[in-house]
Design a binder for this molecule. Structure first.
Ligand code: GAR
Length: 229
């Protein structure tokens, strides 16, 4: 049940959980007025499960390999999330493609973080693809999840430069710093009622969000400061 006016989140992970940790920190530090009701992983060995347990958050493993189809897995996932009375479902490095069985019941309160400047590079290996294409910048997008893979309306993007000598790993290390900043912020906007998914796309404070999301790049007018103070 809700505590005061705080929201309740379910966070779905598959791996190490650094975005999960950013949510744990934002919740504890006051930047996010929400509590994490449950962390669910499709991978029983996900490092993020340990982070959640350390923070005293209930965890569940729902191993997709135990289910005969994507739909059957999604039904189990939806049942587990459904009984937690959550306001928002956060995909934080959750590496399973979801079907309508999960997406439709949580439409408008289901967010994902994707490590590219969508609509560029949906899917996997985003950083290597940006390097191979000779791009001069890369980044991250937080977006609403719809039936189109990595295709739901963007909410926030943050760009970073691609530097000489970058590898997929050095680029990922630069991008993930921005992921940890913008993802809890988007969740806070939704929890506080500022952010909505409408028939016309994502809206913040009743205004349509641009097609590539609000620019929260370091140094952008709406973004994170690059200089101290
Ligand atoms: C993050 O970079 C996230 O953007 C990406 O997986 C990583 C998870 O890291 N997600 C996707 O690629 C989804 N298509 P984390 O486990 O440390 O949060």
């Amino acid at each position: 049940m809700k505590t005061g006016n705080r929201g309740r989140l379910a966070i779905l992970i598959s791996g190490r959980g650094s975005n999960l940790q950013a949510f744990i920190d934002a919740s504890a530090g006051g930047a996010l007025a929400a509590d994490i009701a449950v962390v669910i992983s499709n991978n029983p060995d996900a490092g993020g499960l340990r982070l959640a347990r350390r923070a005293g958050i209930p965890t569940r493993s729902i191993d997709h390999r135990d289910y005969p189809s994507r739909e059957a897995f999604d039904a189990a996932l939806a049942a587990e999330v459904g009984q937690r009375d959550v306001d928002l479902v956060i995909l934080a490095g959750f590496m399973r493609i979801l079907t309508p069985v999960f997406i439709e019941p949580f439409s408008g309160r289901l967010l994902n973080v994707h490590p590219s400047l969508l609509p560029k590079y949906p899917g996997l290996h985003t950083h290597q693809r940006a390097l191979d294409a000779g791009d001069t910048e890369a980044g991250v997008t937080v977006h609403f999840v719809t039936l189109e893979l990595d295709g739901g309306p963007p909410i926030i993007q943050a760009r970073v430069p691609i530097l000489p000598g970058d590898t997929a790993q050095t680029l990922a290390d630069r991008v993930i710093v921005q992921e940890h900043l913008i993802y809890p912020l988007a969740a806070q906007w939704l929890i506080s009622g500022r952010l909505q998914l409408t028939d016309h796309g994502a809206c913040l404070d009743g205004e349509p969000i641009p097609a590539t999301g609000i620019d929260y790049s370091p140094g952008a007018s709406s973004g994170a400061p690059t200089e101290p103070g």
